[in-house]
Each structure stands twice: as C-alpha cells, then as structure tokens.
Ligand binder design. Sequence first.
Ligand SMILES: NC(=O)c1ccc[n+]([C@@H]2O[C@H](COP(=O)([O-])OP(=O)(O)OC[C@H]3O[C@@H](n4cnc5c(N)ncnc54)[C@H](O)[C@@H]3O)[C@@H](O)[C@H]2O)c1
Length: 420
Amino acid sequence: MNDPFDVAVIGAGYVGIPHAVTFAEAGCSVLVVDVVPEVVDRINRGESHIEDISSERLAPLVESGKLRATTDYAEVGGCDAVVIAVPTPLSRQREPDLSIVEGAARSLAQVLRKGQLVVLESTTWPGTTREVLMPILETSGLRAGEDFHLAFAPERVDPGRTDWTTKTTPKVVGGITAACAERAAELYGRAIDTVHRVSTPEAAELTKLLENTFRSVNIALVNELAILCDRMGIDIWEVVDAASTKPFGFMRFTPGPGLGGHCIPVDPFYLTWKAREFGFHTEFIELAGKVNEEMPYFCRSLISQALNHGAQKAMKGARILVLGVAYKPDIGDMRESPALKIISLLRNAGADVSFHDPHVSRVDDLESAPYEPGAYDCVVIVTDHSAIDYDALVDEAKLVVDLRNATGAKGTAAEHVFKL
Ligand SMILES: NC(=O)c1ccc[n+]([C@@H]2O[C@H](COP(=O)([O-])OP(=O)(O)OC[C@H]3O[C@@H](n4cnc5c(N)ncnc54)[C@H](O)[C@@H]3O)[C@@H](O)[C@H]2O)c1
C-alpha cells in the first residue's frame, strides 16, 4: 500500500504539469492522473512533455517520490485534495463540450471520500462547478459542502512565459461554501504566493472568462485598425508603438494573423453560450470573434498583393515558406494556430507551400523544411520565434510578408518587405 498523497492533479497537460511540479516543489506529495498511459510512463521516467517544465526540474521530484503519475483513479481516494485540469474544448458547432470534465468527474465520484477537497481549474462557463460537477460528484452519496469541499480556481498558465510562474501568479478561488473556499485557499497557499478569494465559484468562473474576453476584444480592435491602416497607408506598428508611450490608460496589443491557442479563441464562446440561457447576447465577444476570424483571409490577400507588386507573380504556383506555425513565439503548441488556416488558404489558392518552425516538426502532411529563405518566392512570417535572425532574413529572402513586425525598422525600410 502506497502512502496517501496530499494532492492529486487530474490531467497532465499544459496546466496540470506546472501545477503538479509547483505543489511538489512546495513540499506536497503529488499524484498525477492521466488517461494516456504513454504520458504517465514518461512522467514516471522523469521526462517532461510540457515545454514550460524541463525534465531537469521534473526528474528530481519523481526520484525523491514527491511526484508520481498513474492512470488509476483508485489511488485518488487516498489524496487530501484533487485538482481537475482537463480540457474544455468547443464542439464542431462551437458550443461548450464538457464531456471530458464530466468523464473525469464520474471517475472521481467512484473513489471520492469524506473530507476531500475537489477544485476544478478548467476554463468554463459560470455555473459549471455547481450545475455540472457537483451533481456528478454527489452520485457518490456524499454531499458537497457537508461531506466534501468543492471549489473553482481558474488557471492562468501562459505557455512560454517566464516572468510569471504558477507560483507567482495570484490564484483566484471561489467555493460552494465559505468553508470550501477556505480549504481551497489553504491548499493553494501552500504552493502559490498570493490567493484571492471570491464569494462563489460562479464569480471565479467568470473572472477567467473576463480575462480572456478582454484579450480577444482588444486584439480584435487592433486587428480592425490594422485593416484600416492598410487602406489609409499608415503603419499600424508605428501607431501601436506610439500609443504605448502613454504611461496610463492604454495597454499594448498587437495585430496578427488571427487568434491561436487553447484559450483566447475558445473560452469567450463558453460565456456566449451561457448568456443565451438568460436571453442575453454577448455582442463584444461575437464581434471580436468575427474580426479575429477574418484575419487569415486578410493576410492571404496581403500575400497575394505582395507577390503581385513585389515579384510580379501570381499566387498560383508561387513557392511560399510559412515561417513559424506555432500559435505563439518560442513554443511548439499548434492548437488553433492561425498558421493552419493560412497554410490551407494559400494551398487552396494554388501556392506551393512549405513551412519552417524550430519548435514544430510536422503539420498534417508537411514536415518542417530546412531553413533556406532564399529558395522561395516569398517568406511569410506567421509566428516570430526568437531563434530566427530577422535582419539576416531581410537580406536573404526575395520577398517577405511580415505579419508580426519581426523585421522591425529594417523591414520597414526594405522595399521587398510587406507588413501587416
Ligand atoms: N494551456 C493553457 O495555456 C491554459 C491556460 C489557462 C487555462 N487553461 C485551461 O485549463 C484546462 C486544461 O488545459 P490544458 O491546456 O492543460 O489541456 P491539455 O490538453 O494540455 O491537457 C489535458 C490532459 O488531460 C488528460 N485527460 C483527458 N481526459 C482525462 C480524464 N478523464 N482523466 C484524467 N486525465 C484526462 C489528457 O490526456 C491531457 O494530458 C482547460 O480548461 C483550459 O482551457 C489552459
């Protein structure tokens, strides 16, 4: 019989692994639960599959017995607290798909025991913890708030970020009862520097959606201005840089080829869906989604214009290198990446498309090509990974379409560089 663990983290992904490691480094014994045996085996060999956590950081925790992974929920019954960090995607109809949370909850209900704390971290619509998770957990015969504690604490992981970590990013918690919130705050207080309590799980759930909607709306605003700037012949990057000199009342957002990642393109629509139940239309969210979804199409027309004016070439048959395909710099995460849409639009227009990405080896049927910018009719910078020398790229490439302002002042001055 193994010793009981302090914390079980359900879902060994971008959110679960940094949490498990942060708890273990704070001295907690941590059990990681995942349904994928290969993921579990890797963790138990001390190998991290998440870029934000190095194997050098994970391995000592596994070796010392502070962290272990399993596919078996039976062991969760022995843990004091259970943190759920499984995916919350959208369905094909772009409606919330909580089936993974529900599946994890059903497995947990079979082993739930009196006195345990359960916290949901997955991003979701306000009411999920009380209306979806609680009834499933109560099929155990135990009552939330009486026999076990239940809370919601939204995740704020930003893959690739190093200035703020799981430990230093404040954690918001809301419990089904005050005692539930207290217990959750105590758990996170063991590993995370600052815990901010709100009165209900619904307030905590909406906090996360406000944060992500804020980003989506502001990105849409600057994307719309980028399209207008193209017509007016004004450099949007110069304008954003200038506005950013204001020390108050302005926050910098930059235009780009569209939204990417698991969160910003997806989460706001969880709120849209729930709002309908109240006869309410979240118009900012819908409009932001519309503007942001249009960006790959606008970028395709920019590329077409650049080929036309910069190389007297048609899109059909042009050899195009898409540089950077991950959804943001310096990571390999492809989820919802706008590069996927851009590649498919360029291919549909008859272009001969290759890609190069130092962090991604394959996209569908394409393998990352060697980095030879001079060998293409046009290089399109979709994601500005820091491993690329953009000054050298401007010298080597025949034609560049820069959707990220990666080429800076040198690109602005060069006639063969076309910017968003
Ligand atoms: N990735 C981010 O940057 C980020 C940031 C903030 C919030 N979130 C939210 O956190 C949640 C988790 O996202 P993620 O990016 O970590 O997902 P992920 O896909 O990286 O990882 C989820 C893991 O859960 C596992 N899993 C699936 N079903 C399971 C089950 N029934 N039991 C146990 N494990 C199961 C999967 O195998 C996978 O390893 C989502 O709701 C997401 O919106 C993610």
